[in-house]
Design a protein around this ligand. Structure first.
Ligand SMILES: Nc1ncnc2c1ncn2[C@@H]1O[C@H](COP(=O)(O)OP(=O)(O)O)[C@@H](O)[C@H]1O
Ligand SMILES: [Mg+2]
Length: 248
């Protein structure tokens, strides 16, 4: 199977603080891969390093078999898109949905914008009626749907999802997760998804990596985690701490 993301010995250092201490990871094309671990373990930093937003001190990152250098070109941002946790922070409230969707199209000089905007709005379950609404007029779930539409509009092959539903109410959370799963299947996308919620990760992902203090603790399949067939005490504690997980 082809690799979508291959990371070897990745170190990220902020001033003197080592946020990632030599992490390796491989995500296959079409796979949904999870990152779990307590707050501060380096999950977001790993996604940010891929997109070129964290200071890489050593190690290598390859995306679709192409090794990345210090900077990312436009082609990279067409192929790799990120969805953040906070739909309030990531979309400008005083812009219309149309404008938010036009922006990446303009940056990348894409001609068939009309078609893409309509398709993306349909695909995220909003439809044309939302096109000229302002971001601040939308609910949290609707905003996150716009953020997903915006990520899809460049027709990427990889989505990096950083706690994409943790700012949402439980029922809305489930809707958005189902939407993401549908979109992944339809578009044959690869997901690298961060969540502190083990139930979400086992629902959405085939494999996952457990992180702690900037290091990989272990790599598991979702069924190993569900069956509590884990190798490390740290992971066992995470399982114990994730309230209600045993009932899933
Ligand atoms: N821009 C930054 N400058 C300094 N330290 C940072 C920066 N971003 C993250 N860190 C530190 O790196 C560690 C990992 O952070 P992060 O990747 O956000 O963790 P997680 O997403 O797993 O909660 C934390 O200790 C955090 O304080
Ligand atoms: Mg984070």
């Amino acid at each position: 199977m082809t690799a979508a993301i291959t990371i070897e010995g990745l170190e990220v250092v902020f001033d003197r603080f080592r946020a990632l201490k030599g992490v390796s990871l491989d995500v296959r094309e079409g796979e949904s891969y999870g990152l779990v671990g307590e707050s501060g373990s380096g999950k977001s930093t790993l996604l940010r390093a891929i997109t070129g937003l964290a200071p890489v001190a050593s190690g290598t990152i390859a995306v679709n078999s192409k090794r990345l250098g210090k900077t990312r070109d436009k082609a990279f941002y067409r192929d790799v898109q990120m969805v953040f946790q906070d739909p309030y922070g990531s979309l400008h409230p005083r812009q219309t949905v149309d404008r938010l969707l036009q922006e990446p199209l303009a940056i990348h000089g894409i001609a068939d914008g009309e078609k893409r905007i309509e398709r993306a709005l349909d695909e995220v379950g909003l439809g044309k009626g939302f096109r000229f609404r302002y971001a601040h007029q939308l609910s949290g779930g609707q905003r996150q749907r716009v953020a997903i539409a915006r990520a899809l509009i460049l027709e990427p092959s990889i989505l990096l999802l950083d706690e994409p539903t943790s700012a949402l109410d439980a029922s809305v959370q489930a809707e958005v997760l189902n939407l993401l799963e549908e979109v992944r299947r339809r578009r044959k996308l690869t997901f690298l998804m961060v969540s502190h919620d083990l139930a979400i990760i086992t629902h959405m992902c085939e494999r996952l990596m457990v992180m702690r203090n900037g290091e990989a603790v272990e790599t598991l399949t979702a069924s190993q985690l569900i069956g509590h067939r884990v190798g490390e005490d740290y992971t066992r504690n995470l399982l114990r701490a994730s309230e209600g997980f045993v009932r899933v």
